[in-house]
Write a protein that binds this ligand. Structure first.
Ligand SMILES: *Cc1c(COP(=O)(O)O)cnc(C)c1O
Length: 432
């Protein structure tokens, strides 16, 4: 399969090039240039197929012609040392737990696959890479963990000072070795803008072998489709709806891509917190990016989602086509806290505030549609957002042991101003 930019469909690139460029040279995002029909493959997967086998089968089909089957299988084995769990919540609602990886969030899937691919490609090219990424919390920890101590790779992570949870900050700032955390005196949008500007700075990229690892990178996006394929196969029966708590909309875009390849899905719910530019667009067709506001589900505090352009491209720029398949919902902080408490009271299950946004949107869908199964992406472990879950339930959810350990490690970060120039200076100083 080849790929092109959302802004220039004439220039085709292969997976390797899309992966190392991150953003397309014209400022657009890479998307698949073809829509392969994988419905036969999906339907042939037995319900009990393991995540690894299902992912490897999909990846082989996608990368056919560029990577041989053995290589793809080895990459999947290297990347996916953890797997999702599909939990039945009753009422035909199913929680797709994506938080069993090293950073306890769904971003582990994309980051691990990207890291495995990059290490492999760099070895063959005899090159080095500097991964530059902005994070509102979970991207950074997943990327840091995935690339930590990988050969030929340095990692620079920008995060907004005071806007990530204490645990997330520790996850970003305690690894050391090839991982550097930059603490930006600004918002996540500032971090994202700085990174975007830097990638468009051609002279800089001549000196520093920059590449991205955030959700704009195709090498992260594609593997995020794998768990939806696995979950729909696992569920069997009628085509489910997929409900995704969203910020930059990478996770939802990956689910939509799988559907374009023939995965049987009856529709999507894009659930956001008060940063609801996409639900608003789905309602009235007007896309109005604006500065993000802070909420309890802070990994989704995004005012101008970077994958919107990609999502729109998939629907050929048509609002009507997108709105037919995707419904938007906005969930407030109060509703988030209430639903975390309700679910805990009713079932003893803790969910994190991001998952809660998706869960409540799925409950609203259930009020209108009594039958369709719903798969809700559960994007983070509740223990990652202790303070909020405690505020909602009055109890502390258990923290996975490997996360508890990082809390005692010393933090190492470099403070920087929210300006592209400051980032450029740092990069030139550290890596040229
Ligand atoms: C990143 C993140 C999201 C949002 O995912 P997008 O792909 O940016 O829409 C949701 N929940 C958690 C826990 C996250 O870390």
């Amino acid at each position: 399969m080849k790929y092109y930019s959302t802004r220039n469909t004439h220039h085709l690139v292969d997976f390797q090039e899309a992966l190392f460029r991150g953003l397309a040279p014209d400022g657009g995002l890479f998307v698949p240039a073809e829509t392969p029909d994988l419905s036969g493959l999906f339907e042939a997967l037995p319900r009990e197929t393991s995540f690894l086998d299902s992912a490897a089968a999909t990846a082989k089909a996608l990368f056919q012609g560029e990577l041989n089957g053995e290589t793809v299988k080895a990459l999947c084995e290297k990347a996916f040392t953890f797997e999702p769990v599909l939990a039945d919540l009753g009422d035909n609602l199913h929680l797709l737990e994506l938080f069993h990886g090293p950073s306890c969030a769904f971003k582990d899937y994309g980051a691990s696959f990207l890291a495995a691919c990059m290490e492999e490609f760099l070895k063959h090219r005899n090159q080095r890479a500097v991964i530059l990424t902005a994070t509102s919390g979970d991207t950074g920890s997943a990327v840091a963990r995935a690339f930590h101590r990988r050969d030929r790779i340095d990692v620079v992570i920008l995060y907004p000072e005071g806007r990530v949870s204490p645990l997330q900050e520790k996850q970003l700032t305690t690894l050391g070795d090839n991982v550097t955390a930059l603490e930006v005196a600004g918002s996540f949008d500032d971090c994202q803008r700085m990174v975007k500007e830097t990638f468009l700075d051609a002279p800089l990229s001549e000196t520093v072998p920059l590449t991205s690892a955030n959700s704009i990178n195709l090498g992260r996006l594609l593997p995020q489709s794998f768990y939806y394929i696995w979950a729909v196969t696992r569920l069997g029966g009628p085509a489910p709806r997929i409900c995704v708590p969203s910020g930059n909309f990478g996770n939802l875009t990956a689910a939509v891509l799988a559907w374009t390849w023939g995965l049987k899905v009856s529709g999507f719910t894009a659930a956001t917190n008060r940063n609801d530019v996409v639900p608003e667009y789905l309602l009235n067709g007007a896309y109005t990016p604006r500065p993000s506001v802070r909420t309890l589900s802070n990994a989704m505090d995004v005012g101008d989602p970077s994958n919107f352009e990609r999502l729109l491209h998939i629907f050929h720029g048509s609002h009507a086509a997108m709105a037919e398949v995707i419904r938007g919902e906005m969930v407030s902080d109060d509703e988030t806290l209430t639903v975390i408490r309700r679910l805990w009271e009713e079932t003893g299950r803790y969910i994190d505030p991001h998952t809660a946004v998706g869960y409540l949107a799925a409950k609203w869908f259930r009020e209108q549609d009594a039958g369709t199964p719903v798969i809700i992406a559960s994007t983070a472990h509740p223990g990652k957002f202790l303070e909020i879950v405690e505020k909602a339930t009055g109890r502390r959810p258990p923290l996975p042991e490997h996360l508890a350990l990082v809390l005692d490690l010393p933090k190492h970060s470099i403070k920087i101003a929210p300006e592209g120039g400051a980032l450029k200076d740092f990069l030139l100083h550290a890596y040229s």
